[in-house]
Design a binder for this molecule. Structure first.
Ligand code: GRF
Length: 217
């Protein structure tokens, strides 16, 4: 059975669009089970619905993290989601939530991590005067933008873009290109792991090794 993926996004959803278009083209050997937003009226929900993908809204406003994540988990389980793609999802997921999807949550960040983690990363690259900027798709761990990278893409800063212009260039020239590719890499890796599972961990303790010739030292 093909893996079932879910997208979590909070707003504009341009990365979600790039991913959805890759699903529609058949570039990703998986099912897009649902697109979920934590904000009612988020444009990403309309974009997903227009493409015929299932959508759900699990509002986070006014709820504590535990309650919101319980509701979110219920929706994801209801759609049989096995792996998550964060695409501009503006909430930090708790360690408890992540433990439900171990090594199965991807995120995209508009900088060459580990440099410029956190908010306004594209603009801060401009302000720092970097000559090369970019974006990273990484696995999500318990930190903010700290998980192991899967794929990075870079561009040369022209110098006349300004902070917003650089953010747009990174978005269009790098993020929308590398996110679908990273998901493909991730899925290919999953498929290989399923074909060649690593040897099972021995369930009985190993017999003690014979003492070296010459007896105990
Ligand atoms: C992107 O820059 C992404 O890297 C970051 O949030 C932004 C979301 O933009 N995590 P969009 O909603 O995908 O257009």
């Amino acid at each position: 059975m093909r893996p079932r993926l879910g997208i979590l996004a909070s707003g504009r959803g341009s990365n979600a669009e790039a991913l959805m278009d890759a699903f529609t083209r058949g570039d990703l050997p998986a099912e897009l089970a649902v697109v979920v937003s934590n904000r009612a009226g988020a444009p990403v929900l309309d974009k997903a619905a227009a493409r015929g993908f299932p959508t759900a809204c699990v509002p986070s406003a006014g709820k504590d993290r535990a309650r919101h994540e319980r509701e979110l988990l219920g929706v994801l389980e209801g759609h049989g989601v096995q792996h998550l793609l964060l695409a501009g999802y503006m909430r930090v997921l708790s360690p408890q939530f992540l433990a439900t999807f171990p090594g199965k949550v991807l995120n995209i960040h508009p900088a060459l991590l580990p440099d410029f983690p956190g908010l306004r990363a594209a603009e801060r690259q401009w302000e720092a005067g970097v000559k090369v900027a970019g974006a990273t798709v990484h696995l999500v761990d318990e930190g903010v933008d700290t998980g192991p990278p899967l794929l990075m893409g870079s561009l040369e800063v022209r110098g006349d873009e300004g902070p917003e212009g650089l953010a747009m260039r990174i978005l269009h020239e790098v993020e929308h290109v590398i996110y679908p590719r990273a998901v493909r890499l991730f899925l290919d890796r999953l498929a290989r792991a399923a074909q060649h599972p690593s040897p099972a961990t021995p369930t009985t303790p190993l017999a003690p090794t014979a003492p070296a010739a010459g007896g105990e030292r």
